[in-house]
Design a protein around this ligand. Sequence first.
Ligand code: SAM
Length: 343
Amino acid sequence: MGYESRCKAELASHHPELKFAFGRPGLLTFKVADDSPLRQELVLKSTFARTFGYSMTTIQGSLPVDLIETHCKTHGANLVHYWSRSDQDRQLNEAGEASTPNLPRLNIPGIRLNKNAKSGETVIDVIEIDHEHWLIGYHQAAQTFQRWRAGKPMITCQEPVVSRAYNKTAEALQWSRLPIRAGDICVEIGAAPGGSAQALLQRGCSVLAIDPADMDERLFGYPRLQHIKKRGKDVPKKSFAGARWLFADLNVAPKLTLDTVEEIVTNDAVHFRGMVLTLKSMSESGDAKQDSSLFPDEIAGIVDRVRGWGMRFVKTRQLAYNRNEICLLALKQKALLRARARK
Ligand SMILES: C[S@@+](CC[C@H](N)C(=O)[O-])C[C@H]1O[C@@H](n2cnc3c(N)ncnc32)[C@H](O)[C@@H]1O
């Protein structure tokens, strides 16, 4: 939410056949031209659309349970994703039910509610626009994030998380399906206090955490954590020997994050298979009012720059657990993802 203007700008650029219809914070709707291939298959090229589907109807008044049931039957669907555009950031509870305290109960016999969809499954979407208006639509769970209610995965942790970066890294790993295995060495630049490192350590990875700030003491219970208390560019390149995956989460403008990462990954002694970068929406001066970052042209330039480092597969997404930032995934070879899918 809050990134509607960026979302509209990127859709206008990648899918000019979409004509904006109406929008609210957290919800944008468009008309699709009659001859557009998007009418047959809705695959959007978008960093900011957290999830998307076809709208069937908007309703004024109370929640039309009978109508939802009818749409389930018509579409052969037995799963409903039910959320409010204004509180889609709420966490799901342990059982995977949405904590939707402001929404009326929705209980339709034989219909699963707010569970993850199976791959390819048809899902009926019921979205509260405001207390009196509802949008009913559907989507096919073709991409990983379309399996999650409101495009947001349920993330749980058995121990207290040391920072919210735990959630965003856990989500990035689920979304990207990176083939990171126990024992792999991951480097994170901008690692303190360590939520992201915690998510990787829990997977059995070794983590080289680089940050001039202190790591949360609780993480040193993990023997596979090493902290180098320096800025990224001051770390000797031999420290990266054997490391497979690079993470970066610096509280600086995207260009400065990329400068730091470029200086490392373009060194001949360094061989990462892939990386996950958090790119903050902020101007180089740090002035929020001047912030025009992460609009489509800048993202396109960032993707080209990262490809220039020998990363053939590059994708961007504003994760559900990202705030004023996006996630960039880059891999040397896309085949790495296919190899994981085969397993
Ligand atoms: C958003 S916090 C990182 C959160 C962290 N990833 C976590 O999991 O908790 C940003 C961090 O970037 C660090 N930082 C900023 N510039 C840096 C640089 N050039 N090299 C290493 N760390 C840097 C800051 O010290 C700060 O701790």
